[in-house]
Write a protein that binds this ligand. Structure first.
Ligand code: HEC
Ligand code: HEC
Length: 624
């Protein structure tokens, strides 16, 4: 029964708009301040930092507001008036056999319908029918920026070693002479072997890269040749690739789901909520090689394989798409600017924590080394600083969350990763040691223990080594969520994982217990209520004052860091008790709702600059 409650809870725990003040008598009230305070207005993409309220200006000049707006796109429950769904609960796209239906589509109003443990965070926890009857489990995406950056860095590193003429793809000569793909995890750390670029038939065929990579084949100009499945020396003379870092795995030759955070916003927004994004940033590929220029957040995209569902084939004079792929008459349901903000949030989501001392951490890693877990669950990877090859750490800040032995709690400290130049926040793009991530970014054959038989009967045993950070808060476990304890997940390690499982089984009871305790201390936390040093003065104030109001415990709430910080309502009497209301008294100013590119006079979700009838509510296209 307790289990049912746990699993049932998230559905009722999504986030809607509740901007009203406590005691106002309006229905949309939330004393906790955690609901969405800003109006749903399509964000406008413009890289000009002086275009007030457009995404370039938000990300460069009010970056914590951009983070919060992205958070709200990740947590928001979309409504009919926002264009959510067309049909509800239909079966989506075919399985590999070409006929069997896949995923139950159009089944959630919000990312947080599934990514919800802990609630109000990009957690995981909900399993649903995606590929087979034993379900797929939603992983958390804490630390998503670090994961994406390490994946893009690994690709850049392989290209810099093997693409000797620097044209961005691999030709036959380069494939033939490429060194083995051994990528160092951190300076002096172990290497991970990703395979070989050499073609199966010498001058023709396919490279043998680990299944986490997806390969596409190109013509003599480097352009993707659609439908090609090998280098044939005629139509295709080379190939290109990316790491599909996200997703548990889709089996041999199909890699996994998405290579970037931006794609992992527009894809589920479409699949689960029927909201189709239009995204010129993804198709901004002047040389046509299937790889875009960097987005506003600095990540390249891969239009060769991943394009947002609304292709913008019908355009409005004002620059939004009128294509309406799902035919529900709601246009441009997710805008390019929305994706800029969602991506900016995902880039900057804090990483998981370890609830123990440095010494406990080292002891745990040593145990994992002894049981050969770390051959796959690699504890550390380093991001390299920016140079001609690498992008550096593109994040705005790092929230360093550690265990305080004295107070016996997790505490955060905000470390800015930017330099402020005039009005602009410029990311430093330094290096960063990603400690405690526990993955080799590879797919492995895990044998019978983790076998999936999909709806159509196709079996798969090939899975990505999951990042174990946060695994202690990861209930349930495994790609299918069928493990209700961590130990059960370990005991399902067959195939390439079997010798490690045997090492676990033959360890002393005490060591097994210590290992399980260590894993359960790799935790998630509620980002916004965690006591945190926000202003860098080295203490966590019990009475942190923002905009003249006592907000209580100092904590990481992005609203405190806006250009115009949110002013909270503060003490109000409710039913005879004085409570502190975190509703906002200056929402328009704090959330820049009156900025030229965001103002939406008729509150129909269409900013006035995109609205042919800015005084008449028209949720579908500004007019109707
Ligand atoms: C219906 C439940 C559901 C909804 C809604 C949902 N997801 Fe997921 N998500 C999942 C599942 C299940 C997976 C794993 C899928 C797989 O690999 O087969 C996943 C995977 C992910 C991953 C990759 C995590 C990893 O470790 O590989 C990210 C990132 C992600 N989702 C982000 C989002 C965002 C952003 C949204 C909203 C736009 C969203 N999801 C909506 C269920 C959901
Ligand atoms: C051969 C590579 C490999 C080795 C060695 C290995 N693992 Fe794994 N591990 C995986 C893969 C792949 C999965 C995902 C399997 C799935 O869910 O289908 C996984 C899943 C897990 C999970 C579940 C994670 C989650 O989010 O659900 C835990 C916990 C885990 N491993 C711990 C360990 C421990 C502890 C050891 C050492 C005793 C170990 N692993 C050894 C590859 C490995």
């Amino acid at each position: 029964m307790a289990l049912c409650l746990l699993l049932a809870a998230p559905a009722a725990a999504q986030y809607n708009e509740r901007p009203a003040l406590v005691g106002s008598g309006a229905p949309g009230v939330d004393a906790s301040g955690r609901s969405i305070k800003n109006k749903r207005v399509r964000a406008i993409h413009d890289s000009d930092p002086t275009a007030q309220g457009a995404t370039g200006a938000l990300i460069q000049r009010d970056p914590f507001l951009a983070y919060q707006l992205g958070r709200n796109l990740n947590f928001r429950e979309f409504r009919t008036r926002d264009g959510v769904f067309s049909t509800i609960g239909n079966l989506g796209g075919p399985m590999p056999d070409g006929t069997t239906a896949k995923i139950t589509a159009n089944n959630q109003l919000s990312c947080s319908g599934c990514h919800n443990l802990p609630q109000g965070n990009p957690g995981g926890g909900v399993s649903f029918h995606k590929d087979g009857g034993f379900s797929r489990n939603s992983p958390h995406y804490f630390g998503a920026g670090l994961v994406e950056m390490l994946a893009l860095q690994t690709r850049a590193q392989i290209l810099s070693a093997c693409d000797t003429n620097g044209d961005g793809w691999i030709d036959v000569a380069e494939a033939t002479s490429a060194p083995a793909l051994n990528v160092e995890t951190y300076p002096g750390g172990p290497n991970v072997k990703f395979g070989s670029l050499a073609l199966s038939g010498g001058a023709t065929g396919v490279p043998s890269l680990n299944n986490i990579f997806r390969v596409w084949f190109v013509d003599a100009t480097g352009s993707p040749v659609s439908g090609a499945s090998e280098v044939d020396g005629v139509a295709t003379v080379g190939f290109n690739f990316h790491m599909v870092v996200w997703g548990w795995g889709q089996g041999p030759g199909r890699s996994a789901l998405n290579p970037t955070n931006r794609a992992f916003y527009w894809d589920p927004a479409n699949a689960h909520s029927g909201l189709q994004a239009f995204d010129p940033s993804t198709t901004n590929d002047p040389n046509g090689d299937g790889v875009s220029l960097p987005t506003t957040s600095g990540a390249i995209q891969f239009p060769a394989t991943h394009r947002a569902p609304d292709d913008g084939s019908a355009m409005d004079a004002m620059g939004f798409s009128r294509t309406d792929p799902d035919g529900d008459l709601y246009m441009n349901e997710i805008s390019e600017g929305d994706l800029d903000l969602a991506e900016w949030f995902m880039l900057n989501i804090p990483r998981p924590a370890f609830a123990g001392s440095k010494k406990d951490f080292i002891r745990g890693v040593t145990l994992m080394e002894r049981m050969k877990c770390t051959t796959c669950h690699q504890p550390r990877w380093d991001l390299k600083p920016q140079d001609a090859t690498f992008d550096g750490d593109r994040r705005l800040f790092d929230l360093n969350v550690t265990w305080n032995k004295t107070t016996e709690r997790l505490e955060g400290a905000l470390n800015p990763l930017y330099t402020k130049v005039g009005l602009d926040f410029a990311p430093n793009r330094s290096g960063f040691a990603v400690e405690g991530i526990f993955s080799d970014f590879k797919h492995h054959d895990m044998g019978d223990g983790f076998k999936e038989t999909d709806f159509g009967g196709v079996e798969n045993t090939l899975w990505r080594t999951p990042f174990l950070w946060g695994v202690g808060s990861g209930f349930p476990w495994g790609h299918d969520g069928q493990s209700l304890t961590i130990e059960h997940a370990i005991l399902r390690h067959d195939g390439e994982g079997s010798s490690s499982k045997i090492a676990f089984q033959s360890a002393s009871a005490r060591d097994r217990e210590r290992l399980l305790r260590f894993l359960s201390n790799l935790v998630l936390y509620d980002v916004e209520s965690l006591p945190s040093d926000l202003d860098g003065d080295g203490v966590i104030s019990p009475n942190f004052v923002v905009a003249g109001m006592d907000t209580g415990m100092e904590r990481f709430n992005a609203e405190w860091l806006f250009q115009t910080p949110l002013q909270i309502q503060g003490p109000v009497t409710v039913a005879g008790n004085v409570i502190r209301s975190f509703a906002g008294t200056n929402i328009d100013a704090a959330y820049q709702q009156l900025a030229p590119y965001r103002v939406d006079a008729d509150s129909d979700g269409w900013p006035d600059v995109w609205d042919a009838a800015p005084g008449v509510p028209g949720y579908k296209d500004g007019v109707n």
